[in-house]
Design a protein around this ligand. Structure first.
Ligand SMILES: [Zn+2]
Length: 286
């Protein structure tokens, strides 16, 4: 699933590509992706609206429109936004640009296309169709986001420490809880805890201040590094131009079961934890 670095990569691409453009029309063959409004309703409402800004809250991509409404897209498990130009060929949409957009299968599960002014299309490719598209009034959206945790890239250590007071549960699952802190999922929770040398099975409430500092620094270090590498494309994620991110080439434990820990040479283990795989080094992470 795209996590903060992948969503941030998309946001930066959109920032250059679509800010200031106007929605002309939209197409979908997957109406179930539209959650708080029907596809037809959304299509009518966004027509003629200009994109004033693009921002991120957790893993949500937000488009601020000229009438103060906000288009929200959550890419969920296998979704990613693409910028290009597509044309109908029989029943299929084909990319007019050669290269990754037309060749990489991950970019060919087009479920929604937004046609923008200036001859650019913004498409959602989503193999498993779990993505979510909503239209909000600005004020209601701010209310909805009140139940979300703070942003990991901007939180100060004192505030981060406070989150842990009387917090129950295992540290890995807590890091992935969007009400606790946003943007971290299975890839980066595993990577962060390896970097901090903390076992994913530790009780969050029993972690010492010195260890919390290590987790805090690791969060910033790993997320920033992943943004620089344009996210992780071990799975379906692609950048806005359909290219793979490169974090998977630098991952230390995620998807490395049975391989050598880069720190101690021991074997990396995978154990199911809350229904998700946790990757870790049993000798480095205590
Ligand atoms: Zn190790």
């Amino acid at each position: 699933m795209p996590e903060l670095p992948e969503v941030e990569t998309i946001i930066r691409g959109l920032e250059e590509g679509v800010r200031g453009r106007t929605f002309l029309d939209a197409w979908t063959d997957s109406k179930t992706l539209f959650k708080n409004i029907s596809f037809e309703g959304l299509r009518e409402k966004i027509k003629g609206k200009k994109i004033k800004g693009i921002r991120r809250r957790g893993k949500n991509i937000l488009f601020d429109l000229s009438d103060s409404s906000v288009l929200l897209i959550h890419q969920k498990i296998t979704g990613h936004l693409l910028l290009g130009k597509w044309q109908k060929q029989g029943k299929e949409w084909a990319s007019k640009t050669k290269g990754a957009l037309s060749l990489d299968p991950a970019n060919r599960f087009l479920r929604v296309i937004f046609f923008l002014s200036g001859g650019l299309d913004m498409a959602l490719s989503d193999l498993r169709k779990f993505a979510k598209i909503e239209l909000w009034e600005g004020e209601d959206l701010e209310e909805y986001f009140k139940s979300f945790g703070p942003e990991p890239l901007t939180i100060a250590f004192e505030e981060f420490k406070k989150l842990f007071s009387s917090k129950k549960g295992k540290i890995k699952q807590i890091l992935m809880d969007q009400r606790f802190i946003v943007g971290i999922g299975n890839i980066y929770a595993s990577e962060i805890l390896w970097e901090a040398k903390i076992s994913p099975f530790r009780d969050a409430g029993k972690i010492k201040q010195e260890e919390l500092k290590r987790i805090y620094s690791a969060i910033k270090k790993i997320l920033k590094k992943a943004i620089k590498l344009q996210g992780d494309s071990f799975s379906d994620f692609r950048t806005i131009s359909g290219q793979k991110g490169r974090y998977q080439n630098f991952a230390k434990v995620y998807q490395k079961e049975g391989e050598q820990c880069p720190e101690c040479g021991g074997k990396i283990k995978r154990i199911k934890q809350g229904g998700r795989s946790s990757f870790f080094c049993p000798s480095c992470q205590k």
